[in-house]
Ligand binder design. Structure first.
Ligand code: PLP
Length: 225
């Protein structure tokens, strides 16, 4: 499938989900997750009009950055080892996987500009997933105050891999409620305006529940080289 055809379908779905809950579709930012595909395929996404790309590994990010430079906005969406921060930090605009103080410290130390970060939350408490438990997040954000190169732009989660719509909705709702709690605390370094949630299988539900950034790989660019 051509990326532009997939994109058309996805944009229709985004519009439908927004209409259902009375949101403006311009409030949703689509990130094309290109971790499974070639540079050419990523380029096709940009030509189709996608403005944001997401990668989850150093190698993938650097290879695609080398080819595409600053044409897209770059998102690092995978779990990030502290020792790799220095290798990627100059090439990313957003990091979606901040989940520990040691990582915050390293991002702050290596960054030459303010880095927009999402706190990754493991809402479903699955052991296989990274991220803080929901009840740890406020305390964690309080501890980020000294790291002035970090702006907490929002919260990110990966929903459980399930077809159970109730479970998915509950997961996304929990993240939304946590966002509201944080916004009420008015940390100047943590405006927390964004919710990064929703992937190929669940983005419509995520949008209905308040997602502002959706991360789509398979449904948009496919998942094989
Ligand atoms: C791979 C990945 C995605 C995209 O997943 P698809 O199901 O292919 O859309 C989104 N977010 C994260 C964190 C990922 O690792």
């Amino acid at each position: 499938m051509l990326v532009c055809d997939n994109l058309n379908e996805i944009q229709k779905e985004i519009a439908a989900a927004c209409e259902k809950v009375n949101r403006a579709k311009d409030d949703i930012t689509l990130i094309a997750v290109t971790k499974y595909v070639t540079i050419e395929r990523a380029e096709e996404a940009i030509e189709a009009g996608v403005l944001h790309l997401g990668e989850n590994r150093e190698e993938g990010l650097l290879a695609k950055y080398e080819a595409l430079k600053d044409k897209p906005v770059w998102h690092f969406i995978g779990s990030l080892q502290t020792r790799k921060v220095k290798n990627i930090i100059d090439y990313v605009d957003y990091i979606h996987s901040l989940d520990r103080i040691s990582l915050a410290k390293e991002i702050h130390k290596r960054a030459n500009k303010k880095i927009k970060c999402f706190i990754q939350v493991n809402v479903s408490q699955e052991e296989s997933k990274h991220g803080l438990a929901a009840n740890e997040v406020v305390d964690f954000i309080k501890q980020l105050a000294p790291f002035t190169n970090i702006e907490v732009v929002g919260l990110m989660t990966m929903a459980p891999f399930t077809e159970d719509e109730t479970l998915l909705r509950n997961c996304f709702r929990t993240l939304k409620e946590l966002q509201q709690t944080i916004q009420q605390l008015s940390f100047n370094y943590a405006p927390c305006r964004e919710l990064s949630m929703g992937m190929s299988n669940d983005y419509s539900i995520a949008i209905e529940e308040g997602a502002t950034m959706i991360r789509i790989g398979t449904a948009l660019v496919g998942n094989d080289k």
